[in-house]
Design a protein. Structure first.
Length: 333
């Protein structure tokens, strides 16, 4: 890289996106997030970053200009929550005008104020095809109005050495007219759950490891442990005897990870998906490993919040692959 490229991280969460860009030599100018526990984790792991703990809607244009100082920003990254799928397009209301998608609108606002050379926006894969692709086109159009060349693609985290199949739509924009590039697959063979997790000390329900941060097993009821004891490696609820088989709630989650495959998509609540050979749910540390966080990345706050932080994160290794692509395109700007 010819110089330290500078970035802003919006909706930074625990910092998966930031970590990937830091690992590729990018320099953080500032980050923004509102969740107190998420911010505790971010501050702990990125002590030299400037984190603005505040609702992005309350960060004025003048404050954004002040925070970026005289820095030319190379890239803005972030994954604004977008929840208004069901309403958008169905009653004549545009996606960006749906009040539930105000955070997407804020991402666009910051890009407009800062005018970075590039932006990278991450979101759930279904946004790509929802409403016959009209939302995707609307998002692209909103950025094109600001003068950006924009494209998007669904990427699978497993292609970048993350032991998890996690499909996400990635929008990349360039202020210059150039072909938008996306990272090619970096591995030929996916990393399995067993490859990722077998390095950790074994734990029973309720136990914890003093040697590995965040490696604390959830305490399960005897009823749950009995049910899950019938489920084999990669198996599901159908292996539980019918008279005690769960019949309500989220019954899809009574499964065990398949040890020989990458993980299913990690979300904020993985309490009913059990370890492939230890009769318990995964610890925060193990979930973080499936997201490709290093073991020295420590999560703060309540255990439930830690799980949410992990589940909401962009996998750092996937972020690194995206950062590499930004570097390549930057050389051509």
């Amino acid at each position: 890289m010819k110089k330290n490229l500078k970035y802003i991280d919006l909706f930074s969460g625990a910092g998966g996106f930031s970590l990937g860009f830091d690992n590729l030599g990018f320099q953080n100018v500032f980050s923004v997030d509102i969740e107190p526990n998420f911010c505790k984790t971010y501050k702990h792991n990125f002590a030299d970053h400037q984190l603005i703990e505040k609702d992005i809607c309350e960060v004025s244009n003048a404050e954004i200009e002040y925070l970026k100082e005289d820095n030319d920003i190379d890239v803005i990254i972030g994954g604004p929550p977008c929840q208004g799928f069901s309403m958008a397009g169905n009653i004549g209301r545009k996606f960006i005008d749906d009040p539930r998608n105000r955070l997407f609108k804020e991402f666009v606002r910051v890009v407009k104020v800062v005018k970075p050379k590039f932006f990278v926006m991450e979101n759930v894969a279904r946004l790509y095809t929802y409403n016959k692709g009209t939302i995707r086109e609307e998002i692209i159009n909103d950025f094109e109005k600001l003068g950006y060349t924009v494209d998007c693609k669904i990427l699978n985290s497993a292609d970048y050495g993350v032991p998890q199949v996690r499909n996400r739509v990635i929008f990349i924009g360039s202020i210059k007219k150039q072909d938008i590039q996306f990272p090619p697959a970096e591995v030929e063979t996916y990393i399995s759950v067993k490859e990722a997790l077998s390095v950790y000390p074994k734990l029973a329900s309720g136990e914890e490891s003093s040697k590995v941060p965040n490696h604390i097993a959830m305490s399960h009821s005897e009823q749950m442990l009995t049910k899950m004891s019938y489920v084999t490696d990669g198996g599901d609820r159908n292996e539980i005897p019918e008279h005690i088989r769960p019949k309500s709630g989220d019954i899809r989650k009574y499964i065990k990870y398949a040890s020989d495959k990458p993980s299913v998509c990690v979300t904020g609540d993985m309490r009913k998906i059990f370890h492939y050979d230890q009769n318990r749910a995964l610890t925060v540390r193990e979930l973080a490993k499936l997201q490709s966080f290093p073991d020295d990345f420590v999560f703060k706050g309540t255990r439930i919040s830690q799980q949410q932080q992990v589940g909401n994160s962009v996998p750092p290794k996937m972020a690194e692959a995206i950062a590499r692509t930004i570097i390549k395109m930057s050389d051509k700007v």
